[in-house]
Design a protein around this ligand. Structure first.
Ligand code: MRU
Length: 366
């Protein structure tokens, strides 16, 4: 996608050929700042501090974290240590573990001296694959938006609600839930996106609104609790969100609050789509509510809020009474029965074991 008209990805190898460049997402939307990561520890910190975030992007970053570790020491021990450190950064998104497993599989059989260059090649290929997969999600999802627009008699605008940031900032490029929206906008469908602010980290208000704005997609930021009201009054034609882990039966873990949107969508007959690249599927799990680990983050993300003063200074202020404890759950699980369909790079399917296996027959047991 483009920033100030210039095409760019969210992660890259710097011109020195080894250090890793990222967009520092903690500075958006107030400032567009890039950061240069030179150690595996810096990559791990960038993931935990959410300088970069989003399931596919943390997988890509972890792959480059392995590259930086092996550049210093390509031994078996250091490969294992790097994978363990990076895997421990965030628990919910399966893409992180998937990418580390891909790196381990590509590197373990090689002689240590060959590992650094092989690691950079594999990490670059993972990034290219992510871009191709997400563009595929866009082309597979576009007909759903076109059909919704036709069902509406092509009148007014196509109102789409999304939660969190599942756009290009959450991936290497294109995004997952936002990929079909970008393609629909480019195809001339008059889309308008309701952007949930997504407390407490405000990925919707800060990131989704910013990237939609960069691409010229009409949108409106709403407080997290508004969606149900809009659906009751016919102001949402469809919902589409991303996911950090989807089980083999189609249960979906995504940013906290997604489940409530899915319930409201079901109650109001609004289609609720989930867009996902295949590395987000955890084929080892069925029951997402019981099986998916839910990240709990520092309560300060909830008790304190930051914003920009008219002077341009960014300030953080406390919004809760000093003694009140805060619980900060990062994700929730939406059961498959509330999901209208899953949109993958291979096609659209029911959120069910049969649906997923029809698109990924190589995963068929027995
Ligand atoms: O905590 P975050 O910002 O990493 O959470 C991101 C989300 O929940 C996204 O919706 C999800 O990763 C899907 S993104 C393509």
């Amino acid at each position: 996608m483009k920033v100030h008209g210039q095409p760019m990805r969210t992660i890259w190898v710097e011109p020195d050929g080894w250090s890793v460049g990222i967009i520092d997402q903690t500075r958006l939307p107030h400032a567009f700042v890039t950061a240069q990561l030179t150690t595996m520890e810096a990559v791990a910190h960038a993931i935990t501090s959410m300088q970069l975030r989003g399931a596919p992007l943390i997988g890509a970053a972890a792959a480059y974290g392995v590259c930086l570790a092996l550049r210093v020491n390509p031994s078996d021990e250091n490969l294992e240590k790097a994978c363990a450190t990076l895997a421990a950064t965030r628990p919910t998104a399966i893409n992180l573990r998937w990418a580390l497993e891909e790196m381990r599989r590509a590197l373990q059989p090689r002689a240590p001296s060959e590992r650094p260059s092989a690691a950079y090649r594999r990490a670059a290929a993972l990034c290219d694959e992510d871009v191709a997969i997400n563009h595929g999600i866009g082309t597979q999802g576009l007909p759903l938006l076109r059909e919704a627009w036709e069902r509406k008699g092509q009148k007014g605008r196509l109102n789409i609600l999304t939660h969190c940031n599942a756009g290009w900032l959450a991936t290497v490029d294109w995004g997952t839930a936002l990929a079909p929206i970008y393609l629909a906008h480019d195809a001339g469908i008059p889309v308008h996106v309701w952007v949930d602010e997504t407390r407490p980290r405000n990925q919707g208000a800060s990131l989704t609104a910013w990237e939609l704005g960069q691409h010229g997609v009409p949108h409106t930021v709403i407080a997290d609790n508004v969606g149900g009201h809009l659906m009751q009054h016919g102001h949402v034609d469809l919902c589409i969100v991303g996911t950090d882990r989807t089980t083999a039966r189609g249960d979906v873990a995504n940013k906290i609050g997604t489940y409530l949107k899915a319930l409201a969508a079901k109650d109001n007959g609004v289609p609720f789509y989930v867009a996902l690249p295949s590395p987000t599927i955890d084929w080892t799990l069925e029951d997402g509510v019981r099986g998916i680990p839910i990240e709990q983050r520092d309560g300060a993300e909830l008790t304190d809020i930051s914003g920009r003063l008219p002077s341009g200074d960014v300030v953080t202020v406390r919004i809760t009474p000093p003694g009140s404890p805060a619980a900060n759950y990062g994700f929730d699980v939406t059961p498959a029965r509330l999901v209208t369909a899953l949109v993958t790079e291979r096609g659209v399917c029911a959120a069910s074991p049969e649906g997923l296996r029809s698109l990924f027959p190589e995963r068929m047991r027995g």
